[in-house]
Design a protein around this ligand. Structure first.
Ligand SMILES: [Zn+2]
Length: 498
């Protein structure tokens, strides 16, 4: 008999999510069939939003039990029960596996081969990521197709616009009569020399709120001032990594003309950009190739860049290096590694990995599609929802017959309209779930190949390389003591010594 623990989590933000009871019931069936003995059940209920991942008593208890665990397996309904956020999910999986517990996801039977498994996980992590662009089950491709058709796939309409649904259910933007002129005035004020901070104060004084319903700050004003949408161009898939899925395979930035939504004429928009980027404006912090990509193996923080070391080194032009600020200030280690060496090692590793996958694109695509296929089948399974619908119908019938028999009519009618409302909601949910499943599409080897080729191209593009690096590395850890780098991408790992 193998010993197992179960972890279940229900998050209400997903329409297709299973209840904890269902997750646990399925896990119990799995355990019975596969000869597992359940030692303990951990669960977290009704946690909305990924930002609350830390407030999870069930998970915390599980982590607390790990060092002295009396189970060998952790059974989950899906890997994303651990966390939606891919980085967090990765960390948790590692922590659990490192303690000697094997993770089993009953709805995602993982490939046996270790490399294939990591590949699969990387892609499911991407799919689980809660990026703000859309309902999570939509695939990026579906969104990009919608954007090309002139629809709006973002979460919130930019300030000055509002999102509306057409009769066919298409989501588009229109100018908001109330805030549209205000957005235009922001550009005018800035071009006349007013600062972003002063514009923010003016907006807040006049009672306006940003798209997220927060007071304006100079940052949010700047975000509006540099958005091309105000001059009629929708730019899509150009967001920073924190906003996009880590494994979003699309690096193509879409630019779609929306001249019907122009709030700011091109001349004024350009004038604002000139002012914004002039020396008086703020200069954004430079992003280096290795920024936020290399982690210190001792403390887990990102390495920091040091321009060129000490003063005398600067004279010698010995070049920049990377070190761990945390370990240095703690007095643990102040060792550094040269930027040139580190960069070229990372680059050549990535090149070789991409090369390997390019030669194997058919195989790679097959595995990825298999995973997507399973996901599609699972996503289109509305049977639990339909069961709930049937039981609602039954309850409604019962109440109807009770009313007919003349029992406590007022309460019963109230209850009845309650149930009717639930029924409408549930029917909607079923429809949405089915529609969401349809947006999951398979990849062709050519698409995979072109993504990989784009990766290669962006590896040499100063604008893109850091973003790319951070999205495809699943591990990049530097042991500064031994000067060894452990680096992984697409399931392939390598140790490099300096
Ligand atoms: Zn450190």
């Amino acid at each position: 008999m193998k010993l197992a623990a179960i972890y279940a989590r229900y998050s209400s933000e997903r329409q297709s999510d299973k209840s904890n009871e269902d997750q646990i019931a399925e896990a119990e069936v799995f355990c019975k069939q596969n000869n597992f003995n359940i030692v303990k059940v951990y669960q977290d209920k009704e946690i909305t939003g990924w930002s609350d991942e830390s407030k999870r008593p069930g998970l915390n208890e599980l982590l607390k039990d790990l060092p002295a665990h009396d189970f060998e397996y952790l059974i989950l309904w899906k890997l994303n029960r651990l966390a939606r956020d891919s980085l967090l999910q990765k960390q948790l999986k590692r922590r659990i596996r490192d303690s000697g517990v094997e993770i089993i996801s009953i709805s995602q039977q993982l490939p046996k081969d270790r490399r294939a498994r990591m590949l699969f996980e990387t892609f499911t992590e991407f799919q689980d990521e809660d990026y703000s662009w859309s309902l999570a089950e939509d695939s990026m491709r579906g969104m990009m197709a919608a954007v090309r058709r002139g629809e709006f796939a973002g979460k919130d309409a930019p300030f000055g616009y509002k999102a509306v649904y057409s009769k066919k259910g298409k989501r588009t933007l229109v100018i908001d009569e109330r805030t549209g002129p205000v957005a235009r005035e922001m550009f005018e004020r800035f071009s006349k020399g007013e600062t972003a901070a002063s514009i923010a104060r003016w907006l807040n004084r006049s009672g306006h709120r940003s798209t997220h319903n927060n007071p304006f700050t100079s940052d949010s004003v700047y975000r509006i001032l540099k958005n091309e949408f105000y001059k009629g161009v929708l730019v899509f898939n150009n967001s920073t990594l924190s906003k996009r899925g880590r494994m979003n395979p699309y690096y193509e930035v879409l630019r779609v003309d929306h001249s019907e939504l122009i709030l700011v004429c091109p001349e004024l928009w350009e004038a604002v950009q000139k002012k914004r980027t002039s020396s008086r404006g703020r200069r954004p912090r430079r992003t280096y190739f290795l920024s936020k990509a290399v982690v210190c193996s001792h403390c887990g923080r990102f390495l920091t860049r040091r321009a060129s070391g000490k003063k005398k080194d600067r004279k010698k032009q010995s070049g920049a290096s990377w070190y761990c600020q945390n370990c240095t200030s703690n007095g643990y280690s102040s060792k550094t590694v040269g930027e040139k060496k580190l960069e070229s090692a990372v680059k050549s590793f990535l090149r070789s990995v991409i090369e390997a996958f390019l030669q194997n694109a058919e195989d790679f695509t097959k595995k990825l599609n298999l995973a997507l296929e399973r996901k599609k089948i699972e996503a289109s399974n509305t049977s639990t929802l339909e069961q709930s619908l049937a039981s609602l119908d039954e309850r409604i019938d019962n109440i109807l017959s009770a009313i007919e028999q003349g029992q406590g009519i007022a309460t019963l009618t109230r209850r009845l309209s309650d149930l009717e409302q639930q029924k409408v909601k549930l029917a909607q949910k079923i429809k949405q779930t089915k529609a969401a499943a349809k947006t999951i599409m398979m990849f062709t080897p050519d698409e995979i190949r072109s993504s990989l080729e784009l990766y290669e191209k962006y590896l040499n593009d100063p604008e893109q390389q850091n973003k790319l690096l951070r999205s495809i590395l699943s591990k990049c850890e530097m042991d500064l003591q031994t000067k060894t780098l452990t680096i992984c991408a697409f399931g392939i790992c390598e140790k490099i010594s300096f």
